[in-house]
Design a protein around this ligand. Structure first.
Ligand code: NAI
Length: 350
C-alpha cells in the first residue's frame, strides 16, 4: 500500500517540537508504524507537481485543511489506484466529493478532532473584535497611550445578539462557551434542534436572513459545500447590521472575497476575524490581508498540539481499518458506497 500525505512544512519547529505531528516532517507519527508493516509513506508539502507525480501509484491520499491539497476530478482521474481520501482534521471540501463518490472512493475525516480547538479560537476572536484588542495592542507597540482612540470602538460582549450559522459540533461548542458572557444566542442550521436541546444550549432558532439582519455578531460554522459557497455574498453582507462583526472559522469560500473587502472598506462591518482563506496558503497579496479592521490569523484554529494528537490518532485508526479490510468508523465517513453519506454534506449533493 502506498500512502501519500500532503502536510504543512513544520520548519525548525518540526524537530524542536516532536508533538507537531501535523507537519510533513513528523508525518502524523505514521512513518515507523506504516513502514514497519511494509507499506510506503510519502510525506510532502508539495501540493502541486510533486503530488501529481505520485498520483499514478497512490492508494491512500491524506490531506489537511491547513495546507490543502486540492484534489479535483482531474486529479482523481489521474490516480487509478486511489481508494481512500483522508482529511487530517475536519472539513473535506478540498476533495471533489462528487467525483470521489462516482469513482467509489471512500472519503473520511477525523470528526470532532479539533472542534474544541476551533470553538476556543472563535471565542478569542469574538473578544478580540468586540473589545478592540488589535488597535489597543498596536498602541502599546507604537509607544502611545491614546485611551480615547482605543476605547471609542470598544464594547462589552454582555447582552449582545450573537448568531451562529451552522449549529453542529463547533457551533454548539461556541454557544456553550459564550453562555457565561450572558449574550443572546440565535442559530441557523438546516437541521433544527428539538426545543429541549435549544433550551439546554440557550440558543433559539432563526431563519438565516433574520439572524444575519438582527445579530451584533455572526459566527460562521457550516461546511463548505455547493450550497454554502459564496453564501455570504454582497447582498447578505450588506444585510448585516451596520457596525456588526463577522467571524469565519469555517471556510474562506463561504464569504465572497471581493464583497467582504468592499463592506469592510465602506465601514459597514466593524470587524472581521477568522482563520480561513481561499486559496491556502493565502498569497502575499490576498486582499483580506490588508483590509481594514480585521483580526485574522492563518489557518491554525484547528491545529493546536492537542488537536494534532487527536487527528493523528484518528488517521491511524482509519488506516488500521483500511489495511485490515474493515469498514472505517461511521462517524468519520463523508463519502462511501458511491454517495456523499455525511448528513452535514449530503443535502447539498442530492
Ligand atoms: P458539523 O458537521 O458538526 O456541523 C456543521 C453543521 O452545519 C451541521 O449541523 C449541518 O447541519 C450544518 N449545515 C451544513 N450545511 C448547511 C447549510 N447549507 N445551511 C445550514 N446549515 C448547514 O461540523 P463541525 O465539526 O461543526 O465543523 C464545521 C466546519 O468547520 C467544517 O466543515 C470545517 O469546514 C470547519 N472547520 C474549520 C476548522 C479550522 O481549523 N478553522 C477546523 C474544523 C472544522
Amino acid at each position: 500500500m502506498k500512502a501519500v500525505a500532503v502536510l504543512y512544512p513544520g520548519g525548525p519547529a518540526a524537530a524542536e517540537t516532536p508533538e507537531l505531528l501535523g507537519c510533513a516532517e513528523n508525518a502524523l507519527g505514521l512513518r515507523d508504524w506504516l513502514e514497519g508493516q511494509g507499506h510506503e509513506l510519502v510525506a510532502t508539502s508539495d501540493a502541486g507537481a510533486g503530488l501529481d507525480s505520485h498520483l499514478p501509484t497512490v492508494d491512500v491520499l491524506i490531506a489537511t485543511p491547513f495546507w490543502p491539497a486540492y484534489i479535483s476530478r482531474e486529479r482523481i482521474e489521474n490516480a487509478p489506484n486511489l481508494k481512500l481520501l483522508l482529511t487530517a482534521g475536519v472539513g473535506s471540501d478540498h476533495f471533489d466529493l462528487a467525483a470521489a463518490a462516482e469513482r467509489g472512493i471512500t472519503v473520511a475525516e477525523i470528526t470532532g478532532s479539533n472542534v474544541v480547538s476551533v470553538a476556543e479560537h472563535v471565542v478569542m476572536q469574538i473578544l478580540t473584535l468586540v473589545r478592540n484588542y488589535m488597535p489597543a495592542y498596536r498602541e502599546v507597540l507604537d509607544g502611545g497611550w491614546d485611551i480615547g482612540k482605543v476605547a471609542a470602538p470598544s464594547h462589552d460582549l454582555e447582552d449582545k445578539r450573537v448568531g451562529i450559522v451552522g449549529f453542529g459540533r463547533i457551533g454548539q461548542r461556541v454557544a456553550t462557551r459564550l453562555k457565561g458572557f450572558d449574550v443572546q444566542l440565535r442559530y441557523f442550521d438546516y437541521r433544527r434542534l428539538p426545543h429541549t436541546e435549544e433550551t439546554v444550549l440557550g440558543a433559539r432558532f432563526q431563519g438565516l436572513r433574520a439572524l444575519v439582519a438582527e445579530s451584533d455578531l455572526v459566527s460562521i460554522n457550516i461546511p463548505l459545500t455547493p450550497a454554502t459557497q459564496g453564501m455570504f455574498d454582497r447582498d447578505l453582507l450588506y444585510s448585516m447590521k451596520k457596525g456588526a462583526y463577522l467571524v469565519n472559522t469555517a471556510r474562506g469560500r463561504i464569504v465572497d472575497t471581493d464583497a467582504l473587502v468592499e463592506v469592510m472598506e465602506a465601514g459597514h462591518l466593524a470587524g472581521y476575524a477568522g482563520d480561513v482563506w481561499y486559496p491556502q496558503p493565502a498569497p502575499a497579496d490576498h486582499p483580506w490581508r490588508n483590509m481594514p479592521n480585521h483580526a485574522m490569523t492563518p489557518h491554525v484554529s484547528g491545529t493546536t498540539l492537542e488537536a494534532q494528537r487527536r487527528y493523528a490518532n484518528g488517521i491511524r485508526e482509519c488506516l488500521t481499518s483500511f489495511i485490515a479490510g474493515e469498514p472505517i468508523d461511521r462517524d468519520y465517513i463523508i463519502v462511501d458506497g458511491g454517495r456523499v453519506a455525511s448528513p452535514s454534506y449530503s443535502p447539498a449533493y442530492q
